[in-house]
Design a protein around this ligand. Sequence first.
Ligand SMILES: [Zn+2]
Length: 353
Amino acid sequence: METTIFSGLVLLGPDLEVRPADVVVEAGRIVAIEERRRSPARWICPAFFNAHTHVGDTVAMDVPAPGDLDALVRPPDGLKHRMLRAAPADDCRAGMRATLERMVRGGTTGCADFREGGVRGIELLRMAARDLPIRVVGLGRDGGEMVADGAGIASARDLSGYDEVVARVRARGGIIAFHAGEQDDGDVDPALDCHPDFVVHMTHATDRQLRRCADEGIPIAVCPRSNWRLGVSQGPHHPPITRMLDHGCRVLLGTDNAMFVSPDMASELMFTSFVYGTDAGLLLRAAIEGAAVIGLPSWIETGAWANFLVIDPARGGVGSSHDPVASLVRRLDSSMIETKVFTLKDESMKTIF
Ligand SMILES: [Zn+2]
C-alpha cells in the first residue's frame, strides 16, 4: 500500500493545536501522526468546508443591483430568481462549475449548497460538480429536496407548508436547513421549532434564540460578507458572532450568494476576523467544522480521512509568522497552498494535487 508522508507544523484535532509532526496517509486515511522536534517550514491545516453557498446564482454575478434584500434575493420574484429562470441551463451549469473549481483552488473540500430550481436545479448542480474533488451537499426546494441531500428552506416566512416539506425530507433521512434571522428575528422560532440540522445567518437573532441553538445543538452558519453586501448588517454586532460563541453555539462559516460574494473561505475569514474581532482559532474552526454537520471527517486525527492543505508560508511572505493560526485567518491566499489532499469517502475518490 502506498504511504505518503506530509511534514510540517500540523494543526491537530478540533483545537487546532500547532505541533511539528509527520502526517502519514495510506489509502486516503491518516494512519499515524508522529510528532517531531522540528519540522520543515510548512503548515498543515484541515481543508475548508463552506457551510452555506448558492453556487447556482453565479450566472447573475455582479449584475448591477441596487435594492434591498427583498428586491434582490427574496423568492419567488427577487432579481436573482428572475435571472435564474431566464438563464439557459448550460450557462447555469457552466457558472456553477466555475464557482466550484474556484472553491477547490481556494482549499475547500465541501459545501452545503441551497439550490433553487426544483429537481432540475439539483440535476444541474450534480452535473456541474461531476468529477470535481469537492463534496457538494445539495439542499433543494420546490420538489428538489426529494432528490437532493435535503431541503434548504428560504425562510419559514416565505414558504407556507414548510412543516410538510420538513416531514417529507425527514422521512427519507435528509438534511434540513433554514435561512433564519437574516432581516429580523421574526422567522427564527418557526425554523428552530422544526429542529433543523443547521440554520443560516441568525444576523438579528435574540439572546433567547441563540440560547435555544446552544441548548438544542443547532449549528449556525454565518455569512458576514453577504450580510454587509445585502444591507442587513452595518456593524460587528450583526451577525452576533461574539454572543453566539458566548452562549456556546456551534458557529460555522459560509459565503452565501455567489452572485454577490466570492466563494473564497480565506476572504471570508479575513473579513470576519477584522470586522468582528473573533478569536482566530475559533474562526478557523468555523471554516472547517461544517463537514461534521454532514458526517464527514474534519480534523487532522489518526484514523480520520485525509482532508487537509499543505501551505507554504514563504509563498505568501508570511514565513516569519509567530502564530500560524492567526496568519492563516488574516493572510491566507490560494497561492500559498502547495498541496491539497482531499478524500471524499462516500465517492471513494482520493486526490492529492
Ligand atoms: Zn443563503
